[in-house]
Ligand binder design. Structure first.
Ligand SMILES: Cc1cc2nc3c(=O)[nH]c(=O)nc-3n(C[C@H](O)[C@H](O)[C@H](O)COP(=O)(O)O)c2cc1C
Ligand SMILES: *[C@@H]1O[C@H](CO)[C@@H](O)[C@H](O)[C@H]1NC(C)=O
Ligand SMILES: *[C@@H]1O[C@H](CO)[C@@H](O)[C@H](O)[C@H]1NC(C)=O
Ligand SMILES: *[C@@H]1O[C@H](CO)[C@@H](O)[C@H](O)[C@H]1NC(C)=O
Ligand SMILES: *[C@@H]1O[C@H](CO)[C@@H](O)[C@H](O)[C@H]1NC(C)=O
Ligand SMILES: *[C@@H]1O[C@H](CO)[C@@H](O)[C@H](O)[C@H]1NC(C)=O
Length: 384
């Protein structure tokens, strides 16, 4: 009897000790009978992680590895996928959930959902339609898309694929070459983009073993001298709102606020830059506890590891206005525009169902009373 218990405990602790990190949870998707290199069926995608499993099965390993890579030990990459379970939800009931609103406005532009397609380089590694697939699916769904400056297609090709009323933002890397920087800004404006996310979290390209293994270059023309002063100069070069992307501390959020930035984008670059850098929800809690006015006085965007409706709702509850997702849509793009459309609709339905079951009729009204953050608070930095 005792021996059996002991053996069971030993068995359990071995399992816990190994706790191998799998890319996705077991969703019941069966790929073992489909030949590697063959595209599974879109109808078999039932949850966002299914798209990554399907993409890994189908894509050439080098293409997949570029999307999948994190930096160094990939601790931030993995933590992004696990941290949302550290925050528990506090659902409220009997409030008439027959009419849920997901609509969200930012800089006076209204979108149908509070999540958006985050900037990600090289959509062409998954599908020849590349970024145009994202533009089309986002346009039909009234979803915000912000292409990357390192896209497969040209700024003009992406801009011209938009529907007449479609609003898109554009990501910017500040080039060392000032002629190129000025020309990038002009091209983004002329192509009709309405705001700029300028990436601040990569003075130097991160250490990315999984990407280097397949020969992707770590050489960029990003200006390592980019500073808050040059951020202010940059803002004078364009009439578009310029939002720093990659804010990870309350200190930097406060600098942005003091400089009059129109917003901030909390992100650790999908765990691809500085490993063990914080997750968006941790940075949100740090800001919430030390300078909560930030969420009221600027538009706050955030991303990293968002795969479910509940992940979106948790970031919104902290005060984030719009929640970004990159890899889910990159992987969905193996199915082309239709795959991205399906991923958008899957997320739309999840946010709607989860909001209803949480007791939130209008996503604009969610707040921290819906969260239990006791476990997360252990890590929060207190400003002196
Ligand atoms: C393949 C890939 C390429 C990316 N390219 C860019 C980029 O060009 N500019 C940028 O600011 N962020 C880039 N990111 C970071 C994303 O914008 C985003 O912050 C992050 O991936 C969100 O995490 P998620 O992939 O778990 O949703 C990239 C991410 C991935 C996965
Ligand atoms: C649901 O709410 C919206 C406003 O949020 C309103 O315009 C619409 O008429 C409502 N629909 C129903 C069926 O009550
Ligand atoms: C949004 O619209 C309001 C009213 O029309 C205006 O006062 C405000 O300046 C606008 N905000 C932005 C960021 O454009
Ligand atoms: C893999 O990436 C290359 C570009 O490096 C592209 O030409 C090829 O089509 C991609 N493969 C797939 C299956 O999309
Ligand atoms: C700088 O950028 C401009 C415009 O893109 C380009 O024509 C020029 O060759 C670049 N200069 C250098 C030194 O790379
Ligand atoms: C890029 O990689 C090469 C070879 O691994 C290395 O020598 C070089 O220092 C790297 N550059 C940067 C900016 O990390």
């Amino acid at each position: 009897m005792y021996l059996t218990t002991l053996l069971l405990l030993l068995g359990a602790s071995t399992v816990l000790a190994e706790r191998p990190f799998v890319n996705e949870p077991d969703t019941g998707l069966r790929l073992d009978e489909i030949q590697t290199g063959t595209l599974p069926q879109l109808k078999d995608m039932h949850t966002i992680p299914d798209f990554e499993a399907a993409a890994r099965h189908y894509m050439p390993i080098q293409n997949y590895s570029y999307y999948r890579t994190g930096s160094s030990g990939e601790f931030s990459y993995r933590a992004a996928l696990e941290i949302f379970n550290e925050v528990k939800l506090r659902p409220r009931f009997l409030r008439d959930m027959s009419n849920i609103s997901l609509s969200t406005s930012v800089f006076n532009y209204t979108f149908s959902v509070p999540f958006f397609i985050a900037p990600a380089a090289r959509a062409g590694l998954a599908h020849p339609g590349a970024e145009v697939n994202f533009v089309r699916a986002a346009g039909v769904g009234k979803v915000l898309y912000s292409p990357s400056l390192s896209s497969t297609l040209k700024i003009e090709q992406i801009g011209s694929a938009a529907l007449p009323e479609q609003v898109m933002f554009h990501q910017l890397y500040v080039s060392k070459n000032k002629t190129k920087l000025a020309s990038d800004l002009k091209r983004i404006e002329k192509s009709g983009f309405k705001a700029i996310f300028v990436t601040i979290d990569n003075p130097i390209h991160g250490i990315r073993p999984r990407e280097a293994r397949y020969g992707f270059s770590n050489v960029t023309d990003h200006d390592s001298a980019f500073s808050w002063d040059s951020y202010q100069e940059l803002r004078k070069m364009t009439h578009l709102p310029v939002i720093p992307k990659g804010v990870q501390t309350v200190e930097d959020a406060l600098i942005a606020l003091q400089l009059g930035a129109p917003g901030i984008y909390i992100s650790n670059h999908g765990g691809r830059q500085l490993d063990t850098s914080p997750q968006a929800i941790e940075t949100c809690l740090e800001i919430y506890q030390n300078a909560p006015e930030i969420f009221k006085r600027m538009e706050v965007f955030a991303d990293g590891g968002v795969r479910y409706g509940t992940d979106v709702l948790k970031l919104l509850a902290m005060g984030v206005k719009m929640v970004g997702m990159a890899r889910p849509f990159l992987f969905a793009n193996v199915f082309g525009e239709e795959g991205i459309w399906r991923a958008i609709e899957m997320m739309r339905r999840e946010v709607w169902v989860d909001a209803a079951n949480l007791g939130v009729r209008d996503v604009r009204e969610i707040d921290t009373s819906y969260l239990n953050m006791k476990r997360l608070e252990r890590f929060v930095w207190e400003m002196k």
